[in-house]
Each structure stands twice: as C-alpha cells, then as structure tokens.
Design a protein around this ligand. Sequence first.
Ligand code: ZN
Length: 103
Amino acid sequence: MEERNCFRCGRGLPPGSLFYVVHIKVFSGFDGILMEPAEGIDQQLKELLEQTQNLDPKELEKDVYEEITLIVCKSCRDRFVDEIRHPWEGPFRIQKDPNPILH
Ligand SMILES: [Zn+2]
C-alpha cells in the first residue's frame, strides 16, 4: 500500500495509521431570484454562448461545482476544524496590541 502524506503538514501517514478525509464541495448557490433581463433573452443567450465558447470547459465547470478531497493527520484535522468553526480566531487575527514592538 502506498504511504499517504498529510495535505497540510506533509507528515507521512503509513498504512494503518490514523488519518482524516476532508471532503469539500463548493457549488454555486441559487436564491430563486433571476435578474430582470435588460435586453431580449435571445441577445442574452447569444452573449452567454459567445462567452462560454471562449472559456475552457474545465474552468467553466469549476465555476459551478468543485469537489476537493484532502487527507490530513490528526493534528491538522483538529486545527482545520477549529479554523472552520472559528475563522475569526484564525491566522489572520486582528492585531490588538496598539503599540507593536518594532525591532
Ligand atoms: Zn498534518
């Protein structure tokens, strides 16, 4: 069996060891509201078709739906879950010290 590596810290995860799978699905939401077409629907469709023809189909698909599977070790899993639940306490913490020490 192939040894896995933690996606985040790179630690080796030998067969039989504890690891976690993070499965992320990102897809475009729809709130039921369609914008009022400014021009005729035919014109809109034509423009949309022209736009999509210039794009890579893979890129286009990613705009709508993307699925990501990551394998992480226990400590990265704990940090990951913590950051998802408390994003405001994450690495981009607001500097509270009004007088940061400069060296
Ligand atoms: Zn890790």
